[in-house]
Design a protein around this ligand. Structure first.
Ligand code: 5GP
Ligand code: MN
Length: 332
């Protein structure tokens, strides 16, 4: 009993959740939406809530806005994420793990059309774009907030829901090692394990399932590592040419940047992903000192203190100069 109280969110978050659940009860045409370049927290939280709403009242739809990385194809309910016609009636849109509407890609149009938008997220840079904003930057993953939300709905957390929530929380905490991991994270995950999920299989799917293509891309891009400031800053790049050479996809860069941050001298790791000739997706990670969400915010991106991203519409070498200058300034 005491443990349950400790997991709970603060009062105002609880009130917002009740209001959001009222909207879910009231409306018929309810959509959940994933975000562009979806990660484990986004997909896991979305599927968990989709399954819970399905049990709560049925009829939920999940809009696909980008390809789902192969890492998450094992998740129960993955086929619920589909393409939907913007001309269908839409009352309520629920967004998870997105700090702004642009992250929703074509989901932004659905948000514009919806009568109400519920925004559930844990990014410090969230701009409160919803009618109801359940934003908790102290939560390690959106999956933690969704756990609370499903509890508030009084829906039983079954193995499928628990598998999705475990995936969300495990991936966003780097298997419970990042600084966002709290005692609450462990209390929630303990509750998920109690449900009897197959943690071994989930973890093999998530972390011991790397393709040879991804492995070769990993080795090649590590060869591109450049360091600055006596090894405090590390930059790697993945080009379209490299992807072609190994028959890999951009999602195969997963894990690369953590590896760079893992170097002893590194404080800031930077991964440059060449999406197009004039479009580079920048990922930043820091270890202890630098707030990388502030850096990415300057380029209309966002994220967390230790993990953030943005897109810069320049050629790869130009992007590298621009972002490096900003990173180096933060060390002064
Ligand atoms: P990643 O580097 O893995 O793409 O993202 C790291 C963190 O920053 C994630 O929490 C992600 O949601 C956030 N993030 C990445 N790119 C963007 C972006 O373009 N805009 C915003 N607002 N957040 C981003
Ligand atoms: Mn997240």
């Amino acid at each position: 009993m005491r443990i349950k109280e400790e997991i709970g969110m603060n009062n105002s978050t609880g009130i917002l959740m009740v209001e959001a659940i009222e909207l879910i009860k009231r409306y018929d045409n309810i959509y959940l939406v994933s975000h562009v370049q979806p990660d484990g927290d986004n997909i896991g939280s979305t599927l968990a809530l989709a399954k819970a709403i399905e049990k709560f009242k049925g009829g939920i739809k999940v809009i696909k806005v980008d390809d789902i990385p192969s890492d998450y194809q094992f998740l129960p309910g993955i086929d619920m994420i589909k393409n939907y016609d913007i001309n269908e009636p839409i009352d309520l849109l629920i967004s998870l793990d997105s700090s702004d509407l642009n992250r929703l890609g074509l989901g932004k149009e659905f948000a514009r059309k919806a009568k109400r938008v519920i925004n559930i997220d844990h990014h410090i840079t969230n701009d409160n774009f919803g009618d109801i904003n359940i934003v908790s930057p102290s939560s390690a993953a959106t999956g933690e907030i969704v756990y609370e939300f499903i509890k508030k709905m009084a829906v039983d957390i079954d193995k499928d829901i628990a598998t999705c929530l475990y995936t969300a929380i495990s991936t966003d905490t780097g298997s419970f090692i990042y600084s966002n991991t709290t005692y609450k994270t462990h209390l929630i995950v303990a509750e998920l394990l109690k449900v009897g999920i197959d943690v071994e299989t989930i973890n093999i799917n998530l972390y011991q399932n790397r393709s040879m293509a991804r492995t070769k891309l990993f080795i090649d891009s590590m060869n591109s590592l450049e360091t600055y400031l006596e090894g405090k800053v590390g930059v790697i790049a993945v080009t379209q040419e490299m992807l072609k050479a190994y028959d890999a996809k951009m999602e195969d860069t997963e894990g690369l940047i953590s590896f760079v941050r893992g170097i002893d001298s590194i404080e800031v790791a930077c991964l440059l992903k060449e999406i197009d000739k004039n479009e580079v997706k920048v990922s930043l990670r820091s270890k202890k000192r630098i707030d990388v969400s502030r850096i990415c915010n300057k380029f209309n991106g966002g994220g967390h203190i230790r993990a953030a991203g943005c897109t810069i519409n320049e050629r790869l070498p130009v992007t590298k100069d621009i972002i490096l200058e900003e990173i180096l300034m933060n060390f002064r």
